[in-house]
Unconditional design. Structure first.
Length: 190
């Protein structure tokens, strides 16, 4: 109801690793006349979903997982989102249900992907001072999703991080999107 009260016409849901709330979200948004956008904040393995090495056995740049936002833009995308997320749970589970580049490529049709929050692969590469890795990741995502890959910035990111992400977006002709990591509609809901 709060989203409708402030004039929103569409609203996305991207819970960490799960699509379990999609049906209820669809019911609630339909009830108040808001377009639902269904997605997931996926845990993305920068190596592959089968890599179960402990954190202590990894290089700093080789994290167990990063975050990506994955949204369904149509019915095919929703089917692909649900199928790939099920594979992430069944095959990629190691601390979290992890996607990898193979899943993204196989189930890319109908999906929109953003580079994620400060825990996304691009932001983490910049945080480590490795701009080349950030550019490599962006190029790889762009090669899979073309115009459906966006560089994500958030108001609570460090300003230097957002500037680096926006510069990368300009350099690689990738659209940028500003998002808000919203967990509660009002302070009282907390």
């Amino acid at each position: 109801v709060r989203a409708k009260d402030i004039g929103m016409q569409a609203l996305a849901i991207t819970e960490h690793g799960t699509t379990s709330s999609h049906r209820e979200f669809q019911r609630q948004t339909k009830e108040v006349g808001i377009k639902p956008i269904l997605g997931v904040e996926a845990y993305f393995s920068p190596t592959d979903r089968f890599d179960r090495r402990a954190k202590k056995n990894r290089e700093e740049a080789d994290s167990i997982y990063n975050h990506l936002i994955i949204l369904a833009k149509d019915n095919k995308g929703l089917t692909n989102l649900q199928t790939a997320n099920r594979v992430a749970w069944n095959e990629g589970f190691y601390l979290k249900p992890r996607w990898d580049m193979e899943l993204l490529k196989k189930y890319s049709e109908g999906l929109i992907v953003t580079s994620g929050c400060v825990n996304g692969p691009l932001a983490k590469a910049f945080e480590r001072g490795n701009a080349d890795a950030a550019y490599n990741w962006a190029n790889e995502f762009k090669s899979v999703f073309n115009e459906d890959f966006y560089v994500e910035v958030q108001t609570h990111n460090p300003p230097a991080m957002n500037m680096a992400l926006l510069q990368l977006a300009d350099d690689l002709a990738i659209k940028a999107v500003a998002t808000c990591d919203c967990h509660h509609a009002t302070a009282e809901d907390k």
